[in-house]
Write a protein of this length. Structure first.
Length: 317
């Protein structure tokens, strides 16, 4: 019996009280395993092996809870909004994962209780995806649903990520947004669609573009190729304003931290290589380089002023 339950946890499903009782356990046995910390209760009537639970991060915990919620929900539904975005494996940052989101398609009003937020909505066949046997709203719909439950900056990150990975296209996004324009908070949805950029390759890049919009800076060009006089490609920069002779490189959370990267390079080697590349780009373009790290994205005023100062310096040349 323990092997069966262990396999359930390895799959990320966990196990429910009704399933345990069906295997011959009783409530006393359940209580004993909870007291011994052999199992942990992860939601009402839902359990997981403690050792495996501790190996999961916050996203993993949310996914486990969502599978349990879906198995116990008594109405026709699809996991949606934040929960669907996570099931589609999109990059995220700073989302509220305290509630599992689902959309019910029985026409009844949704409610929130016991860590579950229910939404009411129409679920067309094209709006549903199968993810590991679960009904989940499609990637493009989930990305737009997210704009109704979080702020634009956080909603843009999975939207840009899935656009960049070609999970859906900008035309798919615009068409779905048109279908959803009667939803509450559709203005936030429209803004996210307008600000989305499939060229952004990381949450940090998405956040920087959003910072530029918030602070009234001109929209930068993304992933700009730099070539020498012969047309040879010498590098690509994260962002650039050619009209201001300025380019930006964003160093994310892990670029220079930890062990070797995917190419087997030590962090110190990455620093040296990046510096040489930056020097060559500046030599070829005569542009000024601004380099920002993750913490700079939380200091919008200071970061924006650094960009404006670079613009002013270019105009004095």
């Amino acid at each position: 019996m323990e092997d069966v339950l262990w396999e359930c946890c390895l799959r990320g499903d966990g196990f429910l009280r009704r399933e345990i009782l069906g295997l011959g356990y009783d409530d006393n046995a359940i209580a004993a395993r909870l007291r011994s910390k052999h199992w942990v209760r992860v939601r009402q009537g839902g359990y997981f092996y403690t050792d495996l639970w501790r190996q999961l991060d916050e996203v993993g915990h949310h996914l486990v809870r969502s599978r349990m919620v879906s198995r116990t929900c008594r109405v026709s539904h699809a996991l949606s909004h934040t929960t669907a975005v996570l099931h589609h494996g999109a990059a995220t940052w700073g989302l509220d994962l305290s509630e599992v989101h689902l959309t019910r398609d029985d026409g009844r009003s949704g409610r929130s209780a016991a860590g579950v937020r229910q939404h009411r909505g129409l679920l067309a066949d094209a709006d549903i995806a199968d993810v590991g046997g679960l009904r989940v709203t499609s990637p493009v719909r989930a990305a737009l649903e997210l704009t109704t439950v979080t702020d634009t900056e956080r909603a843009l990150i999975p939207m840009d990520d899935m656009l960049h990975r070609l999970v859906f296209s900008q035309s798919d996004l615009a068409e779905m947004a048109r279908r959803m324009n009667f939803w509450p908070n559709s203005l936030a949805m429209d803004l996210a669609v307008r600000l989305s950029d499939p060229k952004c390759e990381s949450p940090a890049e998405t956040r920087f573009r959003y910072l530029c919009w918030c602070m009234g800076l001109p929209a930068p060009q993304s992933q700009v190729e730099i070539r020498d006089a012969s047309g040879r490609l010498i590098g690509r920069v994260d962002f650039a304003w050619p009209q201001f002779d300025t380019f930006v490189e964003i160093d994310g959370l892990t670029k220079y931290s930890g062990g070797p990267n995917q190419l087997g390079e030590a962090p110190s080697a990455v620093v040296v290589r990046e510096k040489r590349r930056e020097d060559l780009i500046r030599q070829v373009t005569n542009w000024r380089c601004l380099r920002f790290v993750w913490a700079d994205l939380d200091r919008r005023e200071r970061t924006a002023e650094a960009v404006r100062a670079a613009f002013r310096a270019s105009q004095r040349r």
